[in-house]
Ligand binder design. Structure first.
Ligand code: 26V
Length: 839
């Protein structure tokens, strides 16, 4: 593959790499220690004697920021002087997690900082634990955006990430009595030392009101929008540090505030309460991240959020463009490329058209030509309930002028290319229209994205095929070249170098220290997959990681587990299509076998779960409760004799993933084939030497193509078989045809796991039988059970297992986000990279 692991010239000097000579290292440590102490006294305002761990962390960040901001200025200067083409990544979510360890690794000063803190009597791991996660995302989509920012900076591409500065990120999950309780997540309660407010780039965003026709003296007519309110957008910049280079990219997040002008007028006219209300309404916009929920609630606010950050970002882009191009838009599409991360920022299409036509005086055709050359769209899901459709009624109220523009885009599209291709075919027009007719008319945001974008991509081969063939068949026959695939990737800096120092060192010792930039280099380890010394070292590292996780499990749940057991892990958002309940059914069947057969010996196994459920998704919450109830019963049953443990780790998030993934033996990737667009934890697990038990879905297919089906455990129906079976599926056939499955399902109706409270787990059984089992859990059960038997068998053979673990880890070169970003840059964005000089 031409674009795989885009080569980058070696850095001019890796000044503080661990290999640097001793005197240099000593000097750097001493300098770093002085900087930290200086900031502790002069920036944080405390003393070495009094400083809390939080204060030490803040001082460390202040010291690191000195290096970062110098590079940031240099990066922005270079891009401005060279008037570079840049990508603008619009995303409602950026799941950044913690930044400290990552930034230290990228600057290659982790060891220096560790030693400097040690001399201050502080342990770097403890200090870094002080940092709250920036949990500004739900799951895969948001974390992907964060990995992509890391790769964009590392590969020296000019870019800006644009999103929302949520005051509260995804809720913090507590488990009480086995059930999920949601608590607010105030990640910047005490301020976030990485971010900088940029008052000079504030934007005012109009919303609401009405549109009227104005006639000019020459008789020409134009539509004029009279917005009801202006909302202030305040930008907060978070630097994203490239690895071993001098590029620092910017993530710009918009915070909403009330405009002073409005408050002052209302206040003066005696309307203090009105002013307060207006202020609260404006500030509500960036108050909280929506958990992807199945409810209707808060729809209006969510569209306002999307419009608000899209509009702020576009004005920011235009402002910067006009600094050199002075309102001449002929080069706009050559300088600006915008990537829509799912449909969340789709309203940007209508807003850019509006800015061009209403505010910059361009004619419709010119505006459309530029707009449709600027945008691209990534689809991240095929789930119908996740494809955004906004009621026209909400648009009329919030964005009346945008609605008119969307109608006109739709009119030109349907009466142009659609009519020409399928003359008189109203069915096709109905399907392709941006507007869905019905009791309530709706705006289909995905259709708007496809029509307005140069390129549309899915996130794994199989997903992109389904996007083309199942989701947008007519669009892809209209524009076959518009559709493409870019398989997702993850940053090896966070997901290997920073989170698994033991394995990182092994790679560095074996293939040299360039692997974080060229993950394909790791492939060399495959040559040693059967070497006893390599196997021992690899599996010793895994065991150390498991020992560490054992302590964390004890701390978080009180449950004691053995690091010699199989660590079988399923961590991801809770959703029926991801099938945590299939995993649970298997665990229950295993438990049942143990208690029915006292002589049964199995390989000891620990099943580890982590998952947040959307607050209104009742069945998902019931599944969390069931996992905890079943776990509690199994963990306290003496008959099980430590052969089986089940733990649910509360508040799964990026920083917890960094502890869990390096310690996993088995990675559960068990979605119904055709439903998981890609998955990205599957890549992280493999990279860290876990074996996948999974379906032929999403990126699993490409992962096993790289690492070998024989080194993983594939089971279940294929995409085609799922489509076929769904035509006549009857879950009762499986229930009645499999005595063990029937017994396990019936267990849910008893009070065995919820003593004195029968029926508390019945909703799961009901969804799988009366509910029709929409995700074919029962159909895949037997195959899954058989795959687990293969897992046990292979784990018992230490050499075979070590071989598979090494081959998996060494074969993940393709899944570096550097490869993904290089593909986007070459095939979609047409971007050039610009090295940033050291000084
Ligand atoms: C949204 C919703 C909203 C309504 C209720 C159900 C539901 C379920 C899922 C979603 C998420 C859609 C977007 C998303 O996060 N997709 C994920 O994107 C990852 C990065 O491309 C990919 O690896 C995951 O497979 C995909 O689920």
């Amino acid at each position: 593959m031409a674009t795989r692991n885009k080569t980058r010239k070696p850095a001019a000097a890796v000044k503080t790499a661990p290999a640097a000579n001793k005197a240099d290292f000593e000097q750097n440590v001493e300098k770093m220690r002085e900087m930290i102490v200086h900031h502790l006294l002069c920036t944080i305002g405390t003393s070495e004697q009094k400083a809390s761990k939080l204060a030490w962390w803040e001082a460390l960040v202040a010291a690191v920021n000195e290096k970062i901001f110098e590079r940031l200025t240099q990066t922005q200067h270079t891009h401005s002087v060279k008037d570079t083409r840049a990508v603008h990544y619009l995303s409602a979510e950026f799941l950044m997690g913690r930044l400290t360890v990552n930034n230290l690794c990228s600057l290659e000063i982790y060891n220096v900082a560790r030693e400097a803190l040690k001399r201050c009597g502080q342990d770097i791991s403890d200090i870094c634990e002080e940092e709250p996660d920036m949990a500004l995302g739900n799951g895969g989509l948001g974390r992907l955006a964060a990995c992509y920012m890391d790769s964009l900076a590392t590969l020296d591409y000019p870019c800006v990430g644009y999103g929302l500065h949520y005051e509260n990120g995804l809720f913090r999950q507590e488990i009480r009595g086995g059930r999920q309780v949601e608590r607010p997540d105030s990640w910047r309660e005490y301020g976030c030392p990485w971010e900088r407010c940029r008052p000079e780039s504030v934007q005012n965003i109009p919303i609401g009101g009405y549109v009227e026709t104005q006639r000019a003296p020459d008789g020409s007519e134009r539509r004029v929008w009279h917005p009801a309110h202006l909302i202030k957008g305040v930008p907060w910049d978070i630097p994203v540090v490239g690895f071993r280079n001098s590029s620092v990219a910017i993530l710009r997040l918009w915070e909403s505030r009330a405009t002073e002008a409005f408050n002052w007028d209302v206040f003066n006219s005696g309307g203090y309460l009105d002013a307060q209300q207006e202020k609260a309404a404006a500030e509500t916009i960036s108050k909280v991240l929506y958990p992807n929920d199945s409810t209707e609630a808060g729809k209006e606010l969510r569209l306002t959020q999307q419009y608000f950050f899209s509009a702020c970002s576009l004005r920011d882009i235009l402002r910067r463009y006009n600094r050199t191009h002075h309102h001449d838009y002929s080069e706009f599409a050559d300088k600006i490329v915008i990537q829509l991360n799912d449909t969340h920022p789709a309203i940007a299409v209508a807003e850019l058209m509006r800015l061009f036509i209403d505010e910059e005086g361009l004619d419709y055709s010119t505006a459309w030509d530029i707009t449709s050359r600027t945008f691209n769209y990534t689809n991240h899901t095929l789930l119908p309930e996740a494809l955004e459709k906004w009621p026209v009624r909400i648009f009329e109220k919030l964005l009346p002028r945008h609605l008119e523009i969307i109608y006109y885009i739709n009119y030109r599209f349907l009466n142009g290319i659609v009519e020409k291709t399928w003359p008189g075919d109203n069915d096709v027009k109905r399907r392709l229209s941006i507007i869905e007719e019905g009791a309530e008319r709706k705006v289909r945001m995905a259709n708007l994205c496809v029509i307005a974008s140069s390129r549309v991509n899915g996130v794994a081969e199989v997903h992109s095929k389904l996007v083309r063939e199942e989701l947008f068949p007519e669009y892809s026959s209209l524009w076959p070249d518009k559709f493409c695939n870019v398989t997702n990737g993850v940053t090896p800096r966070r997901w290997l170098l920073a989170c698994n120092p033991g394995l990182a060192q092994l790679y560095t010792d074996t293939v040299g220290d360039d692997w974080p930039l060229h993950l394909d280099n790791c492939r060399k380890l495959r040559d040693f997959a059967d070497d006893p010394k390599m196997q021992k070292r690899f599996m010793d590292i895994k065991r150390d990681n498991k020992v560490r996780l054992t302590a964390e499990i004890k701390k978080l749940t009180g449950v004691e587990v053995s690091p010699d057991a199989i660590f079988d892990v399923q961590v991801k958002r809770l959703h029926e299509y991801k099938r945590q309940h299939l995993n649970l059914l298997y665990i229950m069947s295993l438990y049942r076998r143990i208690i029915e057969n006292p002589n049964l010996k199995i390989v000891p196994q620990v099943f580890i779960f982590g998952a947040k459920a959307a607050p209104a998704y009742t069945l998902a919450k019931d599944i969390i409760y069931a996992i905890n109830a079943v776990g509690a019963r199994i963990n306290s049953d003496r008959r099980v004799k430590d052969m089986l443990k089940v733990v649910f780790l509360p508040n799964y998030r990026v920083s917890l993933a960094e502890k869990i993934i390096p310690a996993a033996d088995v990675s559960e990737q068990i979605s119904t084939a055709g439903y998981e667009a890609s998955g990205t934890s599957n890549m992280k697990f493999s990279m860290n030497g876990a074996l996948t038990i999974g379906t032929m879905d999403g990126a699993n297919i490409e992962i096993v193509a790289e690492a070998g089906e024989d080194n993983n455990f594939i089971f279940g129906l294929s995409v085609d078989e799922v489509i076929e079976l769904k035509k006549h599926y009857n879950p009762w056939d499986y229930y009645n045809g499999n005595a063990e499955l029937k017994a396990v399902l019936d267990w849910f109706d008893s009070d065995y796991f919820t003593p004195g409270r029968p029926g508390e787990l019945s909703s799961i059984k009901r969804s799988l039988l009366d509910g029709g089992d929409p995700f074919l859990v029962l159909a895949d059960f037997a195959s899954y059970q058989e795959a687990h038997q293969r897992v046990e068998k292979m784990f018992a053979n230490k050499k075979r297992w070590a071989h598979a673990a090494i081959v998996n880890s060494a074969s993940m070169g393709k899944f570096s986000s550097d490869r993904s970003i290089a593909e986007y840059a070459d095939r979609i964005w047409k971007l050039k990279d610009y090295q940033i000089s050291d000084k």
